[in-house]
Design a protein around this ligand. Structure first.
Ligand code: PEP
Ligand code: MN
Length: 263
């Protein structure tokens, strides 16, 4: 169902704030995790002011360690809803388990499936039935064929609104947190009609490298970005080193606008 042979034209997803696919580029931005009302509302207002089309923020966090900050849960979803009311930005937030899908879908405009759940087949089927667009991250050790098969789990349940996100894979290189596979963009776009986005934050692991990776992804033909930014990144409870300061996010958006206009 994802194949260009089945649908020979790009899937375009429309939101009140913009479109993605078929030459339209969207930017989702916000903190890695929803940590407080103040932090999330601050981020929501400035990402909107700098031109983002969607607010990201995890209420349920898939942490490598069970002792690390796990997110605010339902309280976090309510904070995201308030940020949406104040800014008009649609919300993308992660869902970790099939049991959570109904709850998260009440608050989210787009359901995020994280890299660590990219082959959680019951979860993929559940979001396939939730009636909301899905942002599907590539697993850190998945081939592109496997990635598309994960998308098929969602599509085959009747949900055709899927965004594929390259967010970096595991290689021998340790300088970056993950290796951004920029080639995934043209390869996927030669196979599928679905929008393909880049997450430059998680592969970079360090904020200095986020802007170049984001621009590389867009230059390669990506239909969107999902980027982490935090009002006080040094104090972030997760992914502190890679979240952009507001002024860096503003610089990114300025460069994105100029690049997209030039493409
Ligand atoms: C995230 O977006 O904060 C996240 C956990 O991403 P990933 O699943 O790509 O690691
Ligand atoms: Mn993160």
């Amino acid at each position: 169902l994802a194949s260009l042979e089945v649908q020979p034209f790009p899937t375009v997803l429309e939101f009140p704030t913009g479109k993605t696919g078929g030459g339209h580029v969207m930017v989702a931005a916000g903190p890695c995790g929803v940590e407080s009302r103040e932090q999330t509302l601050k981020a929501a207002h400035y990402v909107k002011a700098h031109g983002a089309h969607m607010l990201r923020g995890g209420a349920f966090k898939p942490r490598t360690s069970p002792y690390a900050f796990q997110g605010l849960g339902l309280e976090g979803l309510k904070i995201l809803a308030e940020a949406k009311r104040e800014t008009g930005l649609p919300i993308v937030t992660e869902v970790l388990s099939p049991e959570q899908v109904e709850l998260v879908a009440e608050y989210a405009d787009v359901l995020q499936i994280g890299a660590r759940n990219a082959q959680n087949f019951p979860l993929l089927q559940a979001v396939g039935e939730a009636g909301k667009p899905v942002l599907l991250k590539r697993g850190m050790s998945m081939t592109l064929e496997e990635f598309l098969m994960s998308a098929e789990y969602i599509l085959s349940r009747g949900n055709m609104r899927v965004i594929l996100v390259e967010r970096g894979i595991r290689t021998f290189e340790k300088a970056t947190r993950f290796t951004l596979d920029v080639a995934a963009v043209p390869v996927l776009k030669s196979w599928t009609h679905l929008p393909v986005w880049i997450d430059p934050s998680h592969p970079a692991g360090k904020r200095d490298w986020v802007i170049p990776l984001a621009l590389a992804g867009l230059a390669a033909g990506a239909d969107g970005l999902i980027v982490e930014t935090h009002p006080e990144p040094e104090k972030a409870l997760s992914d502190a080193a890679q979240q952009l300061h507001e002024h860096e996010f503003a610089e990114l958006m300025d460069k994105v606008r100029r690049l997209v206009a030039a493409l």
